[in-house]
Design a protein around this ligand. Structure first.
Ligand SMILES: [Fe+2]
Ligand SMILES: [Fe+2]
Length: 150
């Protein structure tokens, strides 16, 4: 990925956040459990906030960002993703969503590392941690579900 300027890279990130909003919308429609649906809609709301942050970006806003370090449980890393379809069960949805968040983490980490602008580095570091927090929430939910079944 090569970007000519600040605006281009932000535009690219906005489009990725729009994709995430859409993906959580369709995943929430497939969720049969109210608890899972609620989580997916909560994450959709956060993706909308990501887009809003990027659209209304100022250097002041970047300066005020405080990334929270999130641990990676790596649960979904070892799970196999089923192809998406109208019939996705609880586990399929969680794995699918967690893998999407993993791609978002990797994308923002790559953008951070390939940028030589301090503001962009800070922004993408913040975004990567936000997506890590999403993956964490999904994996905790997955773990709860698996334990309940045992
Ligand atoms: Fe996001
Ligand atoms: Fe996310």
């Amino acid at each position: 990925m090569e970007f000519n300027n600040f605006e281009d890279v932000i535009k690219f990130a906005i489009a990725r956040e729009e994709d995430a909003v859409e993906a959580y919308g369709s995943m929430s429609e497939k969720a049969k459990s109210p608890g899972l649906r609620e989580l997916l809609l909560e994450l959709q709301e956060e993706e909308k906030n990501h887009k809003k942050l990027l659209v209304e970006l100022t250097s002041q806003k970047i300066a005020s960002l405080k990334p929270e370090r999130v641990i990676d449980l790596k649960i979904s890393d070892y799970l196999v993703e089923e192809p998406t379809g109208p019939e996705m069960n609880f586990q399929d949805l969680l794995i699918f969503a967690a893998k999407k968040e993993q791609s978002a983490i990797e994308l923002y980490t790559k953008l951070k590392n390939s940028s030589d602008d301090a503001d962009l580095q800070k922004l993408f570091d913040f975004m990567a941690e936000q997506e890590k927090a999403h993956k964490y929430k999904l994996e905790v939910k997955y773990e709860e579900h698996v334990l309940e079944e045992d």
